[in-house]
Design a protein around this ligand. Sequence first.
Ligand code: GLN
Length: 493
Amino acid sequence: MTQSLIDLSTTQMVSGLRAGTFSSRELVQAFLDRIDAVEPNVHAYLSLLPEQALAQADKADARLSDARAKSSSDDLPALLGLPIAVKDLLTVQGMRCTCGSKILENFVPPFTATSIQHLLDAGVIIVGKTNMDEFAMGSSTETSAYGPTSNPCDLSRVPGGSSGGSAAAVAAREVPVAIGSDTGGSVRQPASFCGLTGIKPTYGRVSRYGLIAYGSSLDTVGVLAHSAEDAALLFEQMAGADPKDATSVDVSVPSIKFDNRTDLKGLRVGVPAEYFIKGIQPEVEAAVRKAIQTLKDMGAEIIEVSLPHTSYALPVYYLIAPAEASANLARYDGIRFGPRSDAESMWGMFRETRGELFGPEVKRRIMLGTYALSAGYYDAYYGQAQKVRTLIKRDFDEAYQKVDVIACPVAPTTAFKQGEHSGDPLAMYLEDVFTLPTNLAGVPGLAFNVGFDSNSLPIGMQLMGPHFKEEVLFKTAHAYQQVTDWHKRFPAL
Ligand code: GLN
């Protein structure tokens, strides 16, 4: 029983709970058993809440059986009794939130992130908080102050990052779905490395309130799941304007209806030459091109498009993101949050605390950011980067005059070995070359599995769309997932 429960899709779990086929307690227990079995090898979680989760499952079960007795399940919350995991940079009142850093080792937030509150209102049960690169800076989950997470497809490899814990937890079936954040690719690249579907919504679509800030003009909250349909279930609940986040946007959230249609007639898919560059792993390019052919076979029209400023996205991102991070991270000074190091003076205490408790990658970003913002350099670096950012956004605006979605690889490679890029920050930064542009432009992106390489490692394709057109991305990926079964293959862990 327990073994088969964790193999169900999230959509099936939600309807099974409603129908009373199994209870929320049975479902949560099945995942807790799985966590006991595989977590020592995967290390996806930074904290687990088994007793609390089971207690909430019992409450959900009481409501579910009550509704069944009265035959009135209509007003039950949409996801009642469903276990999820949350990346450890989204606050949940009373639950420790480390952001993968020693500087927040003992931080217990007094409030809950709006995105998570929406999910709690929809009835989900949080089983744990997941591992991540420190302050979401990284592409491998190796910069976590609490040790790396392993890729369930090959334990010697990274799960991607920075939402690597969320991705690994879902891929290892330690939870059906998980929440991550994406500032430059942190939902989509780990989704790609672990064979999952991951959505980075339009900037402003999901509230950032309670998301510990990295690059505030780029940060988004996303979902990692086994399929587009499963990811959409959570996306719909999380999205919506929030008076506590002035950058959230009041655009109606569609209720996405999926069917079994596999006909993509009328859909115009753009393929940008700038995303098929030298240096990309040949098996990745081949799998993505094959998936594009599949979309064509399903009736889509394939159109070449150009996003001419793509090659500037990486330098622009690595000026803007660290600049914003250097300001956002100034608040961690040993006074307001976390542990404090002793020193003679106030300045000495700041220095000691930050020096001891931030990891090397975070310090590198703060140095880069403060440099780019310093007097005399501001115009040359930060100001210039902002101008080029506008050009990148315009590239997308123009392309979407001609096409509905744009298809490209998620990352130039499949999952790399742990330690492979640790000594080479530039090689690590290059992993994000295809995901950063959407964050700079604020448009949505969706990653999903379109095959495996010769080492049996998953390969991801990205669909990018115009602002607030997540529904098209979900539906296109869903149609593809109707005619293929890549997304149903679980790692043999
Ligand atoms: N890997 C990128 C970085 O290190 C993106 C991270 C993210 O999206 N949070 O900045």
